[in-house]
Design a protein around this ligand. Structure first.
Ligand SMILES: Nc1ncnc2c1ncn2[C@@H]1O[C@H](COP(=O)(O)OP(=O)(O)OP(=O)(O)O)[C@@H](O)[C@H]1O
Ligand SMILES: [Mg+2]
Length: 1091
């Protein structure tokens, strides 16, 4: 509930009276003096109820700092000194919390501070509403729309250096949380005539100067512009370019920044500046007179450079633009004819074009800003509208624009009257209060004079514009005089009542506006109202390549056939103002009434007359009077009761009954005279401010008493709370401590008990153990004793029998048991099955002979087993090896080395030899080869040796020419009677051949001698072969000296160690007559050993 706690606080520390309703006495002078007094102390805001009266300070004040914004945030309107922030906050909160759309109507004459006030409102809303990335962007865009629109829509006038030349109504839209999410700007009729001409001392729109002063040189060059303002006709006006309060350069940067924030692309910015530049250039085009042959006037363009630049900027051929400016197309009997324009017409066309381009560009700009700030979410929005429209203005020369502006201000005044004076009075009636109507000037009569259909000035103007024939501004004036001659607020020289009025010039009329008399010059009224641009100009603009032009001049589209006349400027404006009024009436209004303190724009200068004039026409006194008439102050019962309830016993501290009853008791208790107040249906009305002051004073005094008692109660409560807290803490601490202590004691006791328990259990266990041990010992002892006793008893009983029978039996039994045990043990200890393993387990002495026999048996058994494993071939090989052992073991040096080497037999791999196979085909009996190797055959005659292949088949000993494979000898094995070898390392074999009378050559030649690498193998194999064939074993002589039969002679072979040279066969043989010495080399004396 929004209760006015602390309301009337503004009465303290305040200069003058901050709410004019409370002024006493209530006169115009006192009201103005109050404003002045406050103004001189920088208190520029004063309330009339909830209406804020703002006096322009014309200087920077510290009224808008962030801390002041914080002060006003969420505070009720009467809690703090008057401020725009206070009513903005009230409006914002009632929009956010009660969902009432709001509008803030700012009115006042030109230069009174409306635009500044609207910025203050936006700044406040931006500060107090929510924060967040998106919200801040929206806020920034809304705020930045101001400098951009001001640059394009404001200009210096003689009344105001930053005068708004367009009307602006901005709806700020909020979401349900009160965060701004977008907005819509509506603009009203821009004063475009300023683009072409300005009054002395005034300027064109700011943007022209800002662009020339602020843009970089390169930008200006690209726009074909120079910095010099003097270079442009539309800017050249008596001493006005510099405005002390404006820095065009800085403002240009601000505008550029604003455009950036709003989201203008660089192409859009360039397009805008191109249009500005083209207007500047267009304004420089001049015309010179040309007389045509047909006697009509024509004109030529005298400076083509400006024309070319304009054409280049707009993107059209210079020639087309030139034609558009110097000729016009007229339809004569359905035919289009080109007519030359006179110099005046040309200038008119040029200026019209400049104005049209600028005003349409401005509308595009507003639409573009709206595009950026519009709400896209589609959610329901709360709206706060801010109306900042051009103020009422009176110049020396007032034209159509001033007429329109002032008409708009009349309408706003109407709204004010409607909603404040009228509504206020209606409230009393609604609340059932007796009410005496207060008179005020209702300007509805002037509004009617201007806007009434058919007979209003606007209607007459339209009528004159559309009338066939030759209507002029003066014919319009005549019409006016005729229609309005009896109207109290219309004056004209032609009327009787004004004939002596010298201030009324020819061609003018005067309206007695609510804000003062304004004399309008009718010159240009028709033209401006028609607002027509030659169609050929629109078409030329439509043809331009500049990207904005087609959108700005849609009617220039040649395919658009309809030539319907557009609505006049006046009627368009009337429609939009009517819509605006409807919009404002649909919202909860809040007012800011701006007052201009002086006409010189200077600070601290309070021109009482000027202010009085404004106070009068703004109807402020009526406003105060109505507010105060019966009742200066009113408040809802509950709020009043809440504020003053301490002044009566029954209402303090709480009143349980109806608020109205409570208020009654309160007032009676204070002895307020009955005529000082009235009870409405929902509100209490107080007539005299003094009554309220008294109540306030008593409240203040009572507050001290209350403060003391509150203080004492509070202190008591605080101490009690502290005590209770301390007690609670103490209880908690002691409980904790006791718990802790108990725990500690318990742990100790538990520990001790455990120790005792352990000791007791140990002692008990040991005692038990001791007892059990003793019992066991006793049992064991008893058993031993019993056994001994039983043994003794048995022995006594059986001893005689035992010696005779049992002795031998037992001994036999033991012997058998021992044998059995020995044999069973032996079974487990038997050595391996290898025949060469010589191990045998030890045995008790008594079984030694049995053990030896068993050893022999075991060896024989395992040898048999070993032998059985061999195949026949292997067995034969073993036989050969056995033969070698029998022949050579311990008899020939080097035998031991041959034992582990297997007898390969065919060392030459004859079976694979093709020649051998061929030989075999002749002698198939030789197919089983026992031995084959290359040997050194020793020549019997001289002892020299030659390499030959020696083959021993199962039948023959064959000597073959090694290389040719020619058989030299073939000796049947059975013819070999004996073989001789030395016991040394040499490898000589002598085969002793039996002599046969008719034997072959070999038998005649005698014994065969050769050196063979495998002596032992050859001899052993030959022996075994002979045995197999003849069943007799040949003799094998192993001796260092033996005899051989060479042919018919017998030769003694003797072997000697000591050969030093390297000779084939490892022996050197020296043949003498009956001896053959064989020198061999035996470097190490080897002892023969073998298995
Ligand atoms: N509250 C203020 N504090 C300081 N200066 C102010 C304040 N209000 C107005 N001014 C000064 O007065 C000048 C004119 O104010 P502003 O432009 O708001 O007038 P306006 O009522 O909008 O006039 P117009 O109808 O011509 O647009 C401002 O440029 C500024 O210098
Ligand atoms: Mg303004």
């Amino acid at each position: 509930m929004a209760l006015h706690q602390g309301s009337l606080a503004i009465l303290e520390n305040n200069v003058g009276i901050s709410d004019a309703v409370l002024l006493d006495p209530m006169t115009e002078d006192v009201f103005i003096q109050n404003l002045k007094q406050r103004y001189q102390h920088n208190q520029i805001y004063t309330y009339i109820g909830t209406v804020v009266v703002s006096v322009n300070p014309y200087k920077t004040t510290n009224l808008y700092t962030p801390s002041i914004i914080e002060e006003y945030r969420s505070r009720n309107i009467y809690e703090l000194p008057p401020h725009i922030y206070a009513i903005t906050d009230e409006a914002y909160r009632s929009m956010r919390d009660r969902h009432l759309d709001q509008c803030i109507i700012i009115s006042g004459e030109s230069g009174a501070g409306k635009t500044e006030a609207s910025k203050v409102i936006m700044q406040y809303v931006a500060e107090v509403s929510g924060k967040g990335e998106n919200i801040d962007t929206v806020k920034e865009q809304l705020l930045q729309s101001n400098p951009v629109l001001e640059a394009f829509g404001n200009a210096k006038t003689n009344k105001n250096d930053n005068s708004s030349r367009f009307g602006k109504y901005m709806d700020i839209e909020f979401d349900f949380k009160g965060d701004p999410i977008g907005g819509v700007i509506t603009n009203y009729l821009l004063e475009k005539s300023r683009v072409a001409v300005q009054l002395p001392g005034e300027r064109n729109f700011h943007i022209f100067y800002q662009l020339l002063q602020g843009a970089k040189l390169s930008t200006l060059e690209s726009l074909k512009l120079t910095r010099e303002i003097e270079d442009y006709n539309v800017l050249r006006c008596e001493g006005n370019a510099d405005v002390a309060t404006m820095n065009d350069q800085e403002n240009f940067d601000t505008v550029m920044h604003g455009m950036e924030v709003i989201g203008f692309s660089s192409e859009e910015k360039t397009s805008l500046f191109q249009l500005i530049a083209s207007i500047l250039k267009l304004g420089n085009i001049e015309f010179s007179h040309r007389g045509n042959d047909d006697g009509t006037d024509g004109c030529d363009l005298s400076n083509t450079a400006a024309l070319d630049d304009t054409a280049a900027l707009l993107g059209c051929p210079s020639a087309d633009l030139s034609v558009a400016l110097t000729q016009r197309t007229v339809e004569v009997r359905g035919e289009k004819v080109k007519r030359d324009l006179s110099v005046n017409d040309g200038m008119y066309a040029r200026d019209a074009l400049c104005k049209a381009v600028y005003s349409r560009m401005f509308s595009w700009l507003v639409a573009r800003i709206n595009d950026s700030i519009k709400v896209t979410s589609g959610m329901r929005t709360e709206v706060m509208g801010v109306l900042d429209i051009y103020g009422f203005e009176v110049f020396e020369q007032n034209s159509f624009e001033q007429f329109i502006i002032n008409y708009c201000n009349e309408k706003l005044q109407q709204i004010f009257i409607e909603l404040t004076l009228k509504e206020e009075q209606e409230e009393y009636i609604k609340e059932g209060i007796e009410w005496l109507h207060i008179e005020y000037f209702n300007n509805a009569v002037i509004c009617d004079l201007i806007e009434k259909s058919n007979i209003g000035i606007l209607a007459l103007l339209d009528e004159e514009c559309l009338r066939p024939g030759n209507p002029t501004d003066l014919t319009f004036l005549e019409k006016l005089n005729h229609a309005c001659q009896n109207h109290l607020h219309y004056e004209n020289k032609a009327l009787k009542k004004c004939q002596n009025d010298k201030t009324l010039a020819h061609g003018t009329f005067r309206l007695k506006h609510y804000a003062g008399n304004v004399t309008y010059k009718v010159d240009g009224f028709l033209d401006k109202n028609n607002d027509l641009l030659f169609r050929h100009l629109s078409q030329a603009m439509y043809q331009c390549k500049h990207c904005l032009m087609k959108g700005l001049f849609p009617e220039g589209n040649p395919s658009q056939k309809s030539l319907k006349r557009p609505a006049t400027a006046g009627s368009q404006f009337k429609i939009s103002v009517t819509e605006l009024m409807k919009n404002l009436l649909s919202k909860n209004p809040n007012y800011i009434r701006c007052i201009k303190p002086n006409g010189s724009k200077s600070a601290n200068d309070f021109d009482e007359n000027l202010v009085r004039h404004q106070v009068r026409y703004l109807g402020l006194m009526e406003n105060v009077r109505v507010k105060r008439a019966g009742y200066a102050f009113r408040q809802i019962y509950l709020q009043f009761l809440y504020r003053y309830k301490m002044l009566a016993g029954p209402t303090w501290p709480r009143w349980a009954g109806k608020p109205k009853e409570g208020v009654k008791i309160l007032l009676e208790a204070q002895k307020v005279p009955e005529d000082e107040y009235a009870f409405g249906k929902t509100k209490l009305f107080i007539r005299n401010p003094k009554t309220l002051f008294d109540m306030e004073e008593k409240r203040r005094q009572h507050m001290h008493v209350l403060a003391t008692s509150i203080q004492s109660v509070y202190k008591g409560w605080k101490q009690k709370t502290l005590y209770v807290l301390m007690r609670k803490s103490q209880i908690i601490i002691s409980a904790r401590f006791r718990g802790y202590w108990g725990q500690k004691v318990y742990k100790k006791t538990k520990q001790a008990t455990l120790v005792l328990q352990c000791f007791a259990r140990g002692w008990k266990a040991r005692a038990l153990l001791k007892k059990l041990k003793r019992e066991k010992l006793e049992i064991e002892s008893a058993n031993v004793i019993r056994k001994f006793y039983l043994g003794w008893k048995v022995r006594n009983e059986y001893q005689p029998k035992f010696r005779r029978i049992a002795g031998p039996k037992i001994s036999r039994f033991f012997v058998i048991a021992l044998r059995k045990k020995y044999l069973l043990d032996l079974k487990t200890k038997l050595p391996s099955l290898s025949p060469i393993n010589d191990e045998w387990p030890d045995c008790p002495k008594r079984f030694q002979s049995a053990s030896d026999q068993l050893k022999v048996m075991y060896h024989a058994w395992r040898c048999r087993k070993y032998r059985r494993k061999f195949s026949e071939a292997e067995k034969y090989k073993m036989k050969e090896k056995l033969m070698a052992s029998e022949l050579f073991k311990d008899k020939k040096e080097g035998y031991a080395r041959t034992v582990p080497q297997p007898f390969r037999g065919d060392y030459q791999n004859l079976l694979a030899n093709a020649k051998w196979k061929k030989l075999l085909s002749q002698k198939p009996e030789d197919n089983h080869i026992v031995f084959a190797d290359v040997v050194q055959k020793v020549h019997r005659a001289n002892g020299k040796s030659v390499e030959q292949l020696l083959v021993m088949s199962s039948q023959n000993l064959i000597v073959i020419e090694h290389h040719t494979m020619m058989v030299k000898y073939r000796i049947p094995v059975s013819h070999i009677s004996a073989m001789s070898v030395s016991p040394h390392t040499d490898k000589i074999i002598v085969f002793h051949i039996q002599k046969h009378e008719n034997g072959d050559g070999l038998s005649k030649k005698g014994d065969f001698v050769c050196v063979c690498e495998h002596t032992i193998e050859l001899v052993s194999k030959t022996s075994l072969l002979i045995k197999n064939l003849t069943d007799r074993l040949p003799e094998v002589h192993i001796a260092p000296m033996f005899k051989a039969q060479f042919g018919k002679s017998e030769v003694q072979l003797s072997f000697k160690n000591g050969l030093t040279e390297n000779v084939p066969g490892g022996v050197k043989i020296v043949r003498k007559k009956h001896t053959m010495d064989i020198l061999y080399n035996s470097p190490t004396q080897q002892t023969s050993s073998g298995s």
